[in-house]
Design a protein around this ligand. Sequence first.
Ligand code: C2E
Ligand code: CA
Ligand code: CA
Length: 569
Amino acid sequence: MSEHERVSPAGNATKVVLDVTAGRRSEVMLASMLDSISDGVIVLDFDYRILYLNQQAAVVLGAEVNLVPGRGFWDVFPDADDLFRSSYARTMNERVPVTFEAFYPAPLNRWFEARAQPSSDGILIYFQDVTERRGQQDEREALRQELAHQASHDPLTELMNRALFEKVVSERLVSRQPDQRPITVLFLDLDQFKLVNDSLGHAVGDALLRKIATRITTVVGSDAVTARWGGDEFVVLLGDLSAEEVQSLCDRLLEELRVPAQLGEYTVTTTVSIGVASADLDDGTLTLLRNADVALYRAKDAGRNRSAWFDADAHHALLERILLEAELRTALDAGTIDVHYQPLFSLTDGRMCGAEALARWHCPGRGSISPEIFIPLAEDAGLINRLGRHVARTAIAQARQWNHIPGFRVWVNVSGRQFSTSIVADDFLSDLTDSGVGPERLGVEVTESVLADETVAVQALGTLVSAGVAVAIDDFGTGYSSIARLGSLPVTVLKIDRSFIAGLDTPQGRATLNLIVHLAHTLGMNTTAEGIETSEQLELVRKAGVTTAQGYLLARPTPAHQLLHPTST
Ligand code: C2E
Ligand code: CA
Ligand code: CA
């Protein structure tokens, strides 16, 4: 009884072994005790013959094996693999316990967790059937791997997906050595994929993507990592290559990818555009990939079917432009674009006979920005109509303030872009009507290019001239006006470009000026000389018969309230 208590709880092998070694009397007890534990137990003698086995052992191994005392263990289990044999041999020979898990094939087809202990008779094996647990483990492992693969790979092309690619790039960036060449990434985009998809169907589109994926991985080689970024975009992390090698790889990609692909009954020809970016020392993954994407857009912009490298300067200039554009929008919304006025003087009587409205932008944090910068910006950003309208209304409202000055005209610059519709003329006329200002108080300045072939512009200017508004050709002489056509255009003034004024110190310069003035008078037009900076120039234009003059010598552009009282500053 007391011994029985000592071996409880059941299954404590160390105590079992102690009892086994205690003497012959314990054999019976051992047998009954072994039957009460949940493990299968087999005791082998030094010749690997079965000495004892418990009931559980028979239950676990079942009818498939003929497990009876006296039989040789390896006869009962002929297909036991090396793990069984070497483990039991260790316990038998070296007298140390060994625990292992192993699979026994047919007829059992089961996994066992077994532990062998040395005993005085030989060894004592106790074991459990763990097939179910192993099965679940295997299934779980397979599922885990499958999920990991699905989460990191694109099912269509079997390439890595974006998430895994980003991880791989990050790891490469972190582990790069200072003496290594910069890490390079390619961003590829099919040029005609949408067309293929829309016209031949998604199945052909999918087949094309698979084909392209294979071609890319073949060309870039095993040193590179290729991934599908999404849609028809692919990314490649290149191995350690020089810039020349990268370029020739791109050239080969372009060449290989434009080879027509046979997809079922269709022969599909596509091209790709490639953006290339190399990592600067402090570039992170996102910057590197974004740079490659920016380069891709440059490649597309330049006409597709080509590669382009990321250009940091161009990119910064672009960013700067985008920022400035946003600020210009804000300024227009807030109405903070100002208008300054630069007077024009009559060369016959010296009177101030008008003023040119010039847009001014004081951008908070940046200071004054030149119209040479923000006017082209407004044109490209589609803001020129708003800006032009704002200047026109401000100038017309100002002209009303100057209504008491006889023969005084306010001139407004109008960009060529504003003439894309003829509405611009109606806008001017209705602004005049709204402010109660007569058309003889307004002039518009346009450049020669506006008149070149745009009939819309010519019509709009015709409308203005008929209404009594003056029209000047600005910067005259710098464009390519056809002299023959000039007479038939709705133009009242030639505003001689300041480069001719600056050239008046040579005889040819003076001759040219005389020619222009003569031409204007022949056509019934007046002339204005802009950019007068010296009294010599003023004297020369007066002598040449120019009608009006403008320039820093006479007056600089000023806010409206200072125009008539220049001393008030
Ligand atoms: P622009 O129409 O030829 O205007 C004359 C420019 O010459 C003005 O520059 C003026 O300040 C400058 N200027 C005047 N006198 C002299 C002088 O004696 N010497 C020199 N070196 N320059 C003189 P600003 O204001 O910087 O304007 C530059 C250009 O921006 C204008 O050239 C015009 O093309 C454009 N611009 C300005 N405001 C507007 C606007 O409201 N709408 C449009 N579409 N363009 C505008
Ligand atoms: Ca002008
Ligand atoms: Ca000008």
